[in-house]
Design a protein around this ligand. Structure first.
Ligand code: GLP
Length: 240
């Protein structure tokens, strides 16, 4: 696992954008695993800016998002469909048929998403944020690691953290559909970005703690190509 600390959050996130852009530059039909949340926004802004300047081209790029709330209207501003449309899809030349987000809530819905990833040749580079409790995608702390795309019940901590995107905490959906840890670990390369002091403990436990499904991101220690990028605050406990 590689670990790099940046002076500020914007620089850490833009560094993730650099890695995604490099992947697209080297392989025009790359398969990107994409994440939502506040953290990756500067990375997407970098990609849009490089696209506008003709540096990168999304014409043959395929994308698979990590997760989405169950039952949410894709047009709702709190949905991950909407987020991706706002920050990336509507601003670059990605073909609509090459863009994928998980949907539904049955085991068959999860399997269909896994099969679509497999049919695309697997994920070349997976962008990840991290929850305060060490969740990745919506893989919450649990007794065992998940494998494929599946429905999850969100923890109270995640509902509270994500309530800022909704009118009230009561409006946060209680369930989501998420790629599993197995899907994430199958990516050829992983870039995890964490910023802000609220993520410091999760970063420390991800990199230095025991590998346990109680800290889902800790399994990334076993990935052969995983880069963790943080600002000073999120990396603070690593400096001690
Ligand atoms: C959500 C998403 C995660 C994301 C996390 C952190 O729970 N499902 O993929 O990493 O939020 O979000 P933020 O970057 O806003 O802190």
């Amino acid at each position: 696992m590689e670990f790099h600390v940046y002076e500020n959050a914007k620089a850490a996130c833009e560094a993730a954008g650099v890695l995604l852009a490099a992947q697209i530059t080297r392989k025009g039909d790359s398969v990107l695993g994409l994440a939502t949340g506040s953290t990756p926004i500067p990375a997407y802004a970098m990609l849009v800016s490089w696209y506008e300047r003709g540096v990168i081209d999304f014409d043959r790029v395929r994308t698979f998002n990590l997760d989405e709330y169950v039952g949410i209207d894709p047009q709702s501003p709190a949905s991950y469909h909407y987020f991706m449309h706002e920050h990336l899809f509507s601003k670059v030349n990605l073909r609509p048929e090459n863009v994928h987000l998980p949907s539904g809530q049955t085991a068959a819905d999860g399997r269909a998403y896994d099969e679509a990833i497999h049919a695309a040749g697997g994920i070349d580079i997976q962008l990840l944020g991290i929850g305060r409790n060490g969740h990745i995608g919506f893989n919450e702390p649990a007794g065992e690691f998940t494998y494929g795309t599946h429905t999850v019940t969100l923890t109270q901590s995640t509902i509270e953290a994500n309530a800022r995107f909704f009118a009230s905490p009561d409006d946060v959906p209680r369930q989501a559909i998420s790629m599993g840890i197995g899907n994430i670990m199958a990516a050829k390369c992983i870039v995890l970005v964490a910023t802000g002091s609220a993520k410091a403990d999760a970063v420390y436990r991800t990199i230095r703690g025991p590998i346990t499904p109680r800290v889902p991101a800790s399994i990334l220690q076993l990935h052969p190509c995983c880069v963790v990028l943080t600002d000073r605050e999120a990396g603070a406990l690593m400096m001690k």
